[in-house]
Design a protein around this ligand. Structure first.
Ligand code: BGC
Length: 734
């Protein structure tokens, strides 16, 4: 243990130690009754949700100058996709496939949050988003562990800053660094039925091979803390899951990261039925390895008695306190506890808005573009109909978790269109539906009229912010309210129709897609939605977002994700039959006996990694060298990519592998690399990936992480169905 931590622990009473393990709500602008006194007495060592600098500084003053040991406070906040400047929701950020940009988004958020006195962010969220019914899919980086790990690590770097700061060797000590918190450890994304807080049952193989790697990647990037999930994992809620919090985290990974509960999740161990009362709940959580309790007070109320009765060893308390103190030390809070009230960047800082605009631009995914209808030619349009509840709503474009976002800085699509083309085009706006949920069709008449008079119709539809995020799950993930009917009514006019969807999850878009000419899926793009989307619609920039998650045709196909197992009966085009094509009184009991739905087939609506461009890219000449590698070796995979379109564009090149035979069955494809690159029309480049045999490893039947000898396929292309393939062998080292 670090000498400074050792010295502090040596000076602390048991009550002061327990005080470091509590995390209390601040008063949002004033020090609430009792909190100041608790801080002075050393009964509270951390607060959350205080973003008024003067109040944070007053709380720090009480801690540093008036408490016996002068230990500063952590002040946590959910800084999820921006602070004041809102970036696309994490699922949208994931669609950029751009770790540098994600790092910039986290750095920007950290600068703003740190200036408000926040020193700890409850992000990145690293749960797997494989069920679009789950409202929190909006907060995920999608369905793939490799992509989530890469973007999670980028977020950690962005929050915690590369700047060495005042104390050499302590990256976190830069004044605008904030501590990251990788959450929710672990398995939350597997909540049954996509219903929030629900039970999760995840076999150990799948946990180790799919759910845990993103957390390991975040810790390897230096994440200082982890939040335990609310959910029950295989019968033991994560909050009290010793296997997760101690066996994996401490014993296997050797991590000294701070572990924090989720909101009130320690007493909820009673509701789960794991503990009979709050004392038992505190016992279960503390002995499992949970260091810090958020919001509730079972530790404060019961740990002393549990230690005095000998049920919990004081060493366990010391270890938990050491983990809290280590974060405070790494943040440089002992030297520098106060926030400069003048540090907050000017509202609507142009650099921050610029980064948010780039992120929103790169995150939008073009899903359909018949004709092509897009990009629109500004010089050939004179009348534009702009229709829909999300065309001009500065709040709803921001998405979930935007406590500190300022909708007054939002640039909406309508506002941007008017500013840019108001002089040269007649722009007619009809909201048509009050909210995305509205069912009344009273506004349809005006919408149809506007469409009739327009050269092109732009429809801004989707889900308002409240329909995704925590506890906001949906059993039906189609466009809510009367939006499908609105599309139908407007499309019937016969003018070119372009739909822009803003949403917090994949939606079942089949009915809408067939009715429209083009569809751009923008997630919740954030503050700079307007400029980003108008740039894309009018071709200033080519769309380059790629889906970080599979879009199902129907809810009944869920779970559907690209990295599935093959099964013993994989579907083939010959065996997949549609229900309408079955002969009356069909005598056969079998239609080929493969794995698919009679009414939805075997394929998703849009596959993982998919996204159209205004250019087109051709892939050729994949090569692997060497063709044979032994464990410990690296191989190179390369392919040529050519922009065969007629505009400059960026493309996300993806590399997938398949281990054909394993001692444990392996997914049909796994993402193992990606690169975003820009190409001029006609330009060709060779894209090169290095693959180490460790990148091919998985947990075998003995739960050993191994790279097994055998044949591997490798693909390079623009999405998860690419067919440009090569092969290589992993052989035993002779
Ligand atoms: C969420 C966490 C969040 C915490 C604090 C909980 O309800 O599950 O993700 O960090 O609240 O706001």
């Amino acid at each position: 243990m670090e000498p400074r931590i050792q010295a502090l622990l040596g000076a602390m009473t048991l009550d002061e130690k327990i005080g470091q393990l509590g995390l209390a709500m601040s008063g949002e602008g004033e020090v609430p009754d009792g909190l100041g006194e608790a801080v002075v007495q050393g009964r509270i060592g951390s607060v959350l949700n205080e973003v008024h600098v003067e109040t944070v500084n007053e709380l720090q003053r009480l801690a540093v100058e008036e408490s016996r040991l002068g230990i500063p406070l952590l002040n946590g906040r959910d800084v999820v996709h921006g602070f004041e400047t809102i970036f696309p929701i994490p699922l949208g950020l994931a669609a950029t496939w751009n770790p540098d940009l994600v790092e910039t988004s986290a750095r920007t958020a950290a600068v703003e949050a740190a200036a408000a006195g926040v020193n700890w962010s409850y992000a990145p969220m690293l749960d797997l988003g494989r069920d679009p019914r789950w409202g929190r899919i909006a907060e995920t980086f999608g369905e793939d562990p490799f992509l989530i790990g890469a973007l999670g690590a980028a977020t950690v770097r962005g929050f915690q800053s590369e700047d060495p700061g005042p104390s050499p060797g302590q990256a976190l000590a830069a004044p605008d660094a904030i501590a990251a918190c990788a959450k929710h450890f672990a398995g939350y994304g597997a909540s049954e039925g996509g219903r929030d807080y629900n039970t999760t049952n995840v076999p150990e193989h799948e946990l180790r091979n799919v759910h845990l790697p993103p957390f390991k990647a975040a810790l390897d990037a230096g994440a200082t803390s982890l939040m335990a999930s609310f959910s029950d994992l295989n019968g033991v809620p994560a909050t009290a899951n010793r296997w997760l919090l101690t066996t994996i985290l401490r014993d296997e990974w050797g991590s000294d990261a701070l572990t924090v509960s989720d909101w009130n999740s320690v007493p909820e161990l009673c509701t789960h039925g794991l503990a009979a009362d709050h004392s038992e709940a505190a016992y279960e959580a503390a002995t499992a390895g949970l260091d810090l309790e958020m919001a509730s007070t079972t530790y404060a109320d019961h740990l002393r008695a549990l230690v005095e009765s000998g049920r919990i060893a004081e060493e366990r308390i010391d270890a938990a306190v050491a983990n809290v103190l280590r974060v405070k030390l790494r943040l440089g809070l002992f030297e520098n506890p106060y926030t400069d009230p003048g540090a907050f960047p000017a509202p609507a800082n142009p650099d921050h808005l610029g980064a948010a605009r780039t992120a929103a631009t790169q995150s939008a995914v073009l899903l359909k573009n018949d004709g092509p209808t897009l990009p629109l030619a500004a010089d050939r349009l004179s009348r534009l109909a702009v229709i829909g509840p999300l065309a001009d709503d500065g709040y709803e474009q921001l998405g979930t978790w935007v406590f500190d976002g300022n909708p007054e800085h939002s640039r909406t699509p309508l506002g941007t269109l008017r500013a840019r083309f108001g002089e040269t085009m007649e722009i007619r706006y009809v909201r048509a539906l009050e909210t995305t949920r509205s069912r009344g069709r009273g506004g349809f008449g005006d919408a149809i009229e506007a469409a009739k008079q327009a050269d092109v119709v732009l429809l801004f539809l989707g889900e308002e912010s409240i329909l995704s995020g925590e506890a906001h799950c949906r059993a039906d993930i189609s466009l809510p309210g009367a939006q499908e009917a609105l599309v139908e009514a407007v499309a019937a006019v016969g003018k070119p129709v372009v739909v822009v969807v803003m949403a917090g999850r994949p939606l079942t878009l089949e009915p809408v897609l067939s009715a429209v000419d083009a569809l751009l899926f923008a997630w919740h793009p954030g503050t700079m939605a307007g400029p980003a989307l108008v740039d894309l619609l009018f071709g200033d920039v080519s769309p380059s977002g790629k889906l970080p998650v599979t879009f199902p045709r129907r809810v009944g196909q869920i779970p559907i994700y690209y990295g599935h197992k093959n099964t013993g009966r994989p579907p083939t085009p010959e065996t997949v039959t549609h229900i309408d094509n079955i002969e009356p009184r069909a005598v056969q009991t079998s239609l080929g006996n493969t794995s698919f739905y009679l009414d939805a087939g075997a394929t998703p609506l849009f596959r993982f990694g998919f996204g159209l461009s205004y250019a087109a890219f051709e892939y050729a000449n994949i090569e692997v060298s060497p063709h044979e590698v032994a464990p410990g070796d690296t191989l190179t995979v390369r392919a040529e990519v050519t922009n065969v379109g007629d505009c400059e564009a960026e493309e996300v090149v993806q590399l997938y592998v398949r281990d054909l035979v394993g001692s444990v069955t392996r997914p049909v494809r796994e993402l193992k690399g990606f690169q975003r690159l820009g190409l001029q029309p006609g330009e060709r480049t060779t894209v090169v990936f290095q693959l180490h045999t460790d990148d091919l490893a998985f947990y075998d039947r003995q739960m050993q992480c191994v790279t097994e000898p055998g044949t591997f396929h490798v693909w390079i292309g623009g999405d998860s169905a690419t067919e440009l393939r090569a092969a290589f062998e992993v052989v035993e080292r002779s």
